[in-house]
Ligand binder design. Structure first.
Ligand code: KG4
Ligand code: ZN
Length: 337
């Protein structure tokens, strides 16, 4: 271990994954542990906040111990502890924030607060070094945003959803198709076996806007299913999945390309849980060939959905910029980027 290597522990508990990870120099994963509670929430068709908090309490210490064990490291050797401050479920965030504060206080280690979306974006640093200016397409269960970054730690939201997030639309449409929660991966899988034969709207919004809207599309799917049922017709779920997915992806990819051209970026990064979508990954790769001078970075599936390596990666940059949290740090469920 060379003297100037920086080891940062990341902690993430904003939703339904209890996660901890150690990242070296902001780019290299040393250990990455994620305890998912998905099964506990599945029968309710969504994340139940109280259940999430309870799971985090039960899992946090175990996940931290497992992370240190896998890294074969002692807490005292850490340079910093980075934790998700928000946005997310307040009761869930609090568990991570308090675990981070306790460890930082007990071992006198600097504490760094991280925005969950900054974490999703910095997951890309674990794959490829960032080149500025860049554009990040963040698509998750709670967010759909186009973010312009002219340098490290500076985020300009140039477009966002006006209603449902992309992942939320996936989950709601999946529910209408009676698929289990979370529905995104199920729709993705079904779409591969279907044809986009159902005519669904694309919400382009005003000329030049990088904003998104998915609630109209979601309603169109529900209406089409309802009307077919009343007429005694059947729509193949595979075809509905393929049609829905085609509509979402077309708008996401087209707006990303337009923004990449307008802002003359060097890189386009894909981030968030919906970045795991195979259709989106393939289509973005294909369309980005129009811009050979712009590098496209897509993280592996395990770094797209919630994890703590991304929090440690973002935390390392903030740590190096001298940013610190005090022991007064609190969970902030509606934290702005
Ligand atoms: O980033 P994430 O793990 O949690 C949030 O911060 O929201 O994203 C979860 C979202 C869920 O809505 C889930 O359905 C969606 O990501 N998702 C997918 C896929 N895998 C996860 N959506 C579409 N296709 C996928 N393969
Ligand atoms: Zn997330």
């Amino acid at each position: 271990m060379s003297k100037k290597d920086i080891f940062v522990l990341g902690i993430e508990t904003s939703c339904d994954e209890t996660a901890a990870a150690i990242v070296k120099n902001g780019r290299e994963i040393v250990a990455n542990v994620v305890a998912s509670q998905m099964e506990s929430h599945q029968r309710f068709g969504g994340v139940v906040p109280e259940i999430a908090s309870r799971h985090h309490v039960e899992q946090m210490t175990l996940v931290l111990e497992e992370t240190m064990r896998r890294a074969n490291m002692d807490v005292s050797k850490l340079d910093a502890i980075a934790v998700t401050e928000g946005p997310g479920l307040v009761g869930a965030l609090l568990i991570g924030v308090n675990a981070a504060k306790a460890l930082a206080f007990a071992h006198r280690i600097p504490l760094v607060n991280v925005h969950h979306i900054a974490g999703h974006i910095y997951a890309n640093q674990l794959v490829q070094e960032m080149k500025f200016p860049l554009l990040a397409l963040v698509v998750s269960g709670g967010h759909t945003e186009l973010i312009y970054m002219k340098e490290h730690g500076v985020f300009e939201v140039i477009g966002e959803t006006r209603d449902d997030a992309a992942g939320e639309a996936y989950d709601k449409v999946a529910r209408a198709l009676q698929l289990p929660y979370p529905g995104g991966p199920h729709i993705d899988r079904l779409a591969k076996h279907g044809k986009p034969t159902i005519d669904l709207p694309r919400a382009w919004l005003e000329e030049g806007s990088y904003d998104f809207s998915f609630s109209g599309l979601k309603s169109a799917v529900i209406n089409a299913l309802h009307n077919a049922k009343q007429r005694g017709e059947t729509i193949r779920p595979e075809d509905m999945a393929a049609s829905f997915q085609a509509s979402v992806i077309e708008v996401l990819v087209e707006k990303t390309i337009q923004a990449a051209i307008h802002y003359r970026v060097k890189q386009v990064l894909l981030a968030g849980g919906v970045a795991a979508n195979e259709g989106l990954r393939t289509q973005l790769q294909k369309q980005m060939k129009q811009l050979p001078e712009v590098e496209l970075v897509i993280p592996p599936l395990s770094l797209c959905t919630d994890n703590a390596a991304m929090i440690a990666a973002a935390g390392t940059v903030l740590f190096q910029q001298g940013k610190r949290a005090t022991m007064a740090l609190n969970a902030n469920p509606s934290l702005l980027l």
